[in-house]
Design a protein around this ligand. Structure first.
Ligand SMILES: Nc1nc2c(c(=O)[nH]1)N[C@H]1C(S)=C(S)[C@@H](COP(=O)(O)O)O[C@H]1N2
Ligand SMILES: [Mo]
Length: 211
């Protein structure tokens, strides 16, 4: 039987295979981080809106949201507070799939997207980041519905693939927990942490923590 690796050994392994961004440490826990309190969301009243620079605004209730095409993805998470968690399994809806299948039709001048959350948290990204396979509108983590503290019932989630060259990545704050809307915009609008001095691009491989 193989001896279980210590956290330190696991971290060295991730470093050797170029999966540990600079200044990060491996954790096997799943820390909870957010500003403010955890909202208790009632699914019967929940709705998800898509608005701004789109051909047609959308408002989906929970049942409708669950009829959208679904996908699974395994990602490494990198938090600006210096923890990284590897090989996490997520399930939910890909924004690119929604656009490819006409559920969302961005106007040609939709260059940016703001994620709007319960309680007013926002975060912004270029539209390209949301179209990548490492961004998900996630409903499930590790085969189970999201817990309240990790964003039930829906969160934006950005992670990194095991191959760091595969897609551009971002620190975890670029995914809004308790997500309620996507706003497509022509101009970039800084979100909650971005206004507070966090880096607008937030690429963990470039250690873009603060502006
Ligand atoms: N709605 C909301 N989403 C949020 C935040 C928040 O304060 N409110 N914090 C962000 C930050 S700073 C981080 S690091 C991640 C943490 O996600 P986790 O608690 O699932 O680890 O959520 C992000 N999404
Ligand atoms: Mo964070």
């Amino acid at each position: 039987m193989m001896k279980k690796q210590t956290r330190r050994q696991q971290q060295l392994q991730m470093d050797k295979t170029n999966r540990l961004p600079p200044g990060q440490a491996l954790t096997n826990r799943f820390p909870v981080l957010h500003y403010g309190s955890i909202p208790s969301v009632q699914l019967a009243k929940w709705e998800f809106k898509v608005y701004g620079r789109v051909e047609e605004e959308k408002s989906w209730d929970w049942d409708t949201f669950n009829t959208l095409p679904r996908t699974k993805v395994t990602l490494d998470l990198h938090c600006v507070t210096r923890w990284s968690k590897f090989d996490t399994l997520w399930e939910g809806v890909s924004v690119r799939h929604l656009i490819d299948r006409g559920f969302i039709r961005p106007k040609p001048d939709a260059y940016f997207v703001v994620q709007h959350c319960e309680g007013g948290y926002t975060t912004n990204t270029p539209i390209e980041l949301l179209l990548q396979d490492n961004f998900l509108l996630a409903t499930h983590y590790d085969g189970k519905p999201l817990s309240a503290e990790h964003g039930f019932p829906l969160r934006g989630l950005i992670g990194a693939f095991a191959d760091p060259d595969q897609e551009k990545s971002a620190y975890l704050w670029k995914g809004g927990k308790w997500l309620r809307a996507l706003e497509f915009c022509t101009e970039d609008q800084l979100g909650f942490w971005e206004k507070a001095g966090y880096h607008n691009e937030a690429n963990p491989w470039k250690e873009q923590r603060f502006a």
